[in-house]
Design a protein around this ligand. Structure first.
Ligand SMILES: NC(=O)c1ccc[n+]([C@@H]2O[C@H](COP(=O)([O-])OP(=O)(O)OC[C@H]3O[C@@H](n4cnc5c(N)ncnc54)[C@H](O)[C@@H]3O)[C@@H](O)[C@H]2O)c1
Ligand SMILES: [Zn+2]
Length: 373
């Protein structure tokens, strides 16, 4: 049985042209101060309404005689990822006289870090950025990897750029404030990292599922560190999602899409009322069945998907009679190339491969395996 190491502050470095550290621990205000360069005479903390008090505390902790710190409150969740909100932030930065050496802090869930990253990347063609993710999903996924983005009427994340932060500081002390269902939804991405790259993640959860859903546990600290490491390794080998795949020896960033092809279709079919992680959970169960029916994956690993996802309270099945709708939605997905569906599937644990244009008969059969009773 694998037990997590004693909890301390941990650092994962994301390699690239501009490498940066992801610091994971609890009560990390000192680390935020350390990450601020002396050159930053002005700092703007961009945050959602839910984190107003914490943002004010952070402002007070960062203020010095030589450094002015302001807070910029933006709308909650996806409502933050619009040109209007970016425009509002640009105008506040302009009125405050922000220069190239000043600093933006993205403090919130993935929607906030996506918007704050985009604002930092575009103001004066790029000012310094620290990401302080406050949801499990943002810690293990959105804030790591340097992708920023906003939505347009045509769809999610259609405008954005790659813009690595100076540092990412994941303070686990904020996690108990999250709604439990949102926390569990974030665990779907953690489990994804376990299946595609690091099976120790699976062992840790299987050994103690109740610790995995307890944001105060040492197990969660280790799960976050390992998931960040997976994302860091994958993005470092494929920094800009090169068309045609990463350069020699690298792993395509597309493997992070494990479970996501069907998940995006479910989210669309459900009018975006399902949590992303719940849809990814069903999506992973689906591709496990697809790989099994395609003769790639053992029944044992398929059952491991079902058991681990269920053990933390994630769904593994979907409504009957929806296949045509989901299929049409998958064909519209922006990741679909030339009308051919692409799924990340496993040949075995930690052996992800791309399955292109699977036999429609197998696709339907896999769907029948995940229909709820
Ligand atoms: N850039 C990337 O690579 C990438 C990757 C994955 C997801 N994303 C994006 O991330 C977003 C989803 O992120 P999310 O799930 O964190 O959603 P979110 O940012 O909408 O946050 C979810 C909710 O939790 C609240 N919240 C945040 N921190 C909290 C805390 N500590 N305590 C209590 N409440 C808190 C927020 O105010 C919000 O209401 C999507 O917009 C998605 O597109 C980006
Ligand atoms: Zn995801």
């Amino acid at each position: 049985m694998t037990s997590p190491p004693k909890q301390t502050k941990q650092t994962v470095t994301v390699a690239g042209d501009q490498p940066y550290d992801v610091i994971i621990g609890r009560d990390l205000t000192a680390e935020i101060v350390d990450a601020l360069p002396d050159s930053a005479a002005k700092v703007a903390i961009i945050h959602p309404p839910t984190l107003r008090d914490s943002a004010a505390q952070m402002r007070d902790a960062l203020l010095t005689d030589a450094r002015n710190v302001i807070t910029i409150e933006i709308p909650d969740g996806e409502a933050a990822k619009t040109t209007a909100v970016a425009d509002y932030c640009w105008s506040v930065l302009g009125q405050s006289g922000f220069t190239r050496t000043d600093m933006v802090i993205g403090f919130g869930g993935g929607a906030t870090t996506d918007l704050a990253g985009f604002v930092a990347a575009t103001w004066l063609r790029g000012v310094q950025l620290i990401q302080i993710p406050t949801t499990l999903l943002a810690m293990v996924d959105a804030a790591v990897g340097g992708k920023t983005g906003i939505n347009t009427e045509q769809g999610k994340n259609l405008v954005g750029c790659f813009y690595p932060p100076r540092a990412v500081i994941a303070d686990l002390a904020v996690l108990p404030g999250m709604p439990a269902l949102d926390f569990v939804s974030g665990l779907a991405e953690v489990i994804k990292c376990g299946f595609i790259v690091d099976p120790v993640i699976l062992e840790l959860i299987e050994a103690d599922p109740s610790a995995a859903v307890d944001p105060t546990s040492d197990v969660v600290a280790e799960l976050v560190r390992r998931s960040v490491q997976v994302k860091a390794d994958v993005v470092a080998s494929d920094l800009t999602e090169a068309v045609g795949g990463p350069s020699a020896g690298g792993v395509s960033r597309e493997v992070l899409n494990y479970g996501h092809t069907l998940a995006h279709a479910i989210e669309r079919a459900e009018g975006y009322k399902w949590r992303h992680g719940a849809a990814v959970s069903v999506g992973m169960m689906y591709v496990a069945q697809l790989a099994s029916l395609g003769g790639r994956l053992s029944d044992e690993v398929v059952e491991r998907h079902r058991n681990i996802l269920t053990s933390v309270g994630l769904p593994t099945s979907y409504t009957d009679g929806q296949w045509n709708k989901l299929y049409d939605a998958m064909k519209l997905d922006k990741k679909t190339r030339a009308d051919i569906l692409r799924f990340v599937v496993l040949d075995d644990l930690a052996k992800p491969v791309i399955m292109e244009g699977p036999d429609p008969v197998i696709m339907v059969a896999a769907y029948n395996e995940i229909i709820s009773d």
